[in-house]
Design a binder for this molecule. Structure first.
Ligand SMILES: Nc1nc2c(ncn2[C@@H]2O[C@H](COP(=O)(O)OP(=O)(O)OP(=O)(O)O)[C@@H](O)[C@H]2O)c(=O)[nH]1
Length: 494
């Protein structure tokens, strides 16, 4: 029995009948134009202490020897000081550290060389020109180094995405999430799921091929069913993550709302540490929605200042109020700001009723949205006096004028945003892209078909389809169409 099953597991893993394979693209899949040796500045543009120029491809060793004196290759993966000069004119260019990474033990899997030169623009352009004069070398396209690493099986597609996110990470939380993905956590999870599917498929195929065979143990199909059920639960849990990983990549929508003159613009300026909005004692100063990207307690956010919500105003302010309500509907987190010294005014009461306390029909606030209530201008309350409205939902006292209460607000924001975006330091890795979600849903749908059909051949096909979806998350066959989109995110030299 076990020999039979083992053969079938191996066969299911190979997927002989599968139209698609779930293995990731390995060394057999050449990157576009991978015969050429490419070169590019891989560190940032502009004047700097050290600039790193690198090459990848079969002529890397030749390029290194052409530019350096002495002309022998340095030991693999050891930094050596060399004089660089132009291979044609012999003109000295710089004293540089050079490194030699013979493939396949390199970032791209090909022969690679690195030149760590002094970061002046003339040195950098001189070395780039010198490399361009070496036969067989050409400048790299955006993302071409990483694309070659993917093509040579050095990185899975999810790891490539993690690398792109790491390069673009602007906040601590984004960096953590990107690093986890680059370390292969999401890919590992998907490969684990794919392995479960392979086992289930092997069981189904065993039943198809040996159903009547005495050698086959009882309950083979039941085992496959229970594996599918377990997988369904795991996938559903991940799909329920409410797009937190994606929010962490793109930033949560945090909308500052409240009645006029409560100090909303003052708070936006305080949190963004720049004068985004005009602050004035005149109620109704902010008319339009003003957006600014900010790092809020380590999380990325798009902070929106909005017009004060009140009735009976002129047409321009009315339009501002309409836009504010519209923006409130899109918020992941609402920062509701009230003037602590003016809580009994009609506009404060109306805002509390419609947005904070009793959101319901006609309210711009969705019940699923998170809300932080801030009572601003606490400096106008008697010092050390009682809470002005203990009956209100949990709230924070703040003074934008003195900064008192700001640390408490930042801590509360950190907790709220960890709910909205997920905490990248703990828990399972999050789905960071729409395509992850799409393929996970596709996998789940295929498992649904598996459960519905009575035909075992169709059931096996549904499992192969489900496994194909998982494979495409990490970069299996059929992902060609997404590669251009993903690699477009990279800069030249990466
Ligand atoms: N005393 C005190 N005044 C504040 C505080 N925060 C803001 N203000 C003042 O309150 C007034 C209104 O502030 P804004 O930030 O423009 O208020 P807003 O809610 O954006 O106002 P609108 O544009 O009318 O909606 C200004 O004169 C601010 O200087 C605070 O913490 N304490």
């Amino acid at each position: 029995m076990w020999r039979v099953l083992w053969t079938l597991v191996a066969r299911a893993a190979r997927g002989p009948r599968s139209p698609r394979s779930c293995t990731r693209q390995g060394s057999g899949a050449p990157a576009p134009g991978s015969g050429a040796t490419i070169f590019a500045l891989s560190s940032g543009q502009g004047r700097c202490g050290i600039a790193v120029i690198r090459t990848s491809g079969p002529s890397s060793g030749h390029a290194l020897r052409s530019l350096t004196a002495p002309r022998d290759l340095p030991p693999a993966r050891s930094a050596c000081l060399r004089l660089l000069s132009h291979p044609r004119s012999g003109e000295p260019l710089d004293h540089a550290l050079v490194l030699w990474f013979p493939g396949p033990q390199s970032f791209t899997g090909e022969d690679c060389a690195e030149f760590h030169v002094h970061g002046g623009p003339a040195v950098v352009s001189g070395v780039l020109q010198a490399l361009g004069s070496v036969p067989g070398l050409r400048p790299a396209e955006a993302g071409e180094f990483t694309r070659r690493a993917f093509a040579h099986g050095k990185l899975s597609l999810t790891e490539v995405e993690g690398l792109a996110d790491l390069i673009h990470a602007e906040t601590e939380a984004q960096r953590r999430q990107a690093l986890r993905q680059l370390d292969g956590e999401l890919g590992h999870l998907c490969r684990g799921w794919a392995k479960t599917l392979t086992k289930a498929l092997a069981h189904v195929e065993a039943y198809i091929d040996f159903g009547e065979d005495d050698n086959l143990e009882e309950g083979v199909l039941e085992q496959a069913d229970s594996q599918v059920r377990e997988l369904e639960l795991a996938l559903s849990a991940h799909l329920r993550d409410a797009r937190r990983g994606q929010r962490l990549r793109s930033g949560a929508h945090v909308v500052v709302a409240g009645p006029p003159n409560a100090g909303k613009s003052s708070l936006v300026n305080l949190l963004s540490r720049k004068p985004v909005s005009i602050v004035s004692p005149e109620p109704g100063t902010t008319r339009d929605v003003l957006e600014t990207p900010v790092d809020l307690a380590g999380f990325p956010a798009l902070l929106s200042d909005t017009a004060g919500l009140r009735e009976g105003v002129g047409p321009v302010e009315q339009e501002g109020v309409r836009r504010a309500r519209e923006r409130l509907e899109q918020a992941d987190l609402i920062l509701a700001v009230l003037d602590a010294s003016d809580l009994a005014s009609p506009s404060s009461c109306n805002f509390l009723d419609t947005v904070v306390v009793r959101p319901g029909a006609g309210s711009p606030r969705e019940n699923s949205q998170r809300l932080l209530l801030v009572l601003n201008k606490s400096d106008l309350l008697p010092r050390g006096g009682p809470d002005p409205r203990p009956d209100l939902p949990p709230h924070l006292l703040l003074s934008c004028l003195t900064g008192e209460g700001l640390n408490g607000l930042l801590e509360a924001l950190r907790k709220e945003l960890a709910e909205v975006c997920g905490d990248p330091s703990t828990g399972p890795p999050l789905l960071t892209r729409v395509r992850h979600q799409h393929h996970l849903q596709g996998c789940l749908d295929a498992l649904g078909h598996y459960k519905q059909t009575k035909d075992l051949a169709l059931a096996a096909e549904a499992l192969r389809l489900a496994r194909g979806h998982l494979g495409r998350i990490t970069g299996g066959g059929g992902t060609e169409e997404v590669l251009d989109i993903i690699f477009r995110d990279f800069c030249v030299g990466k």
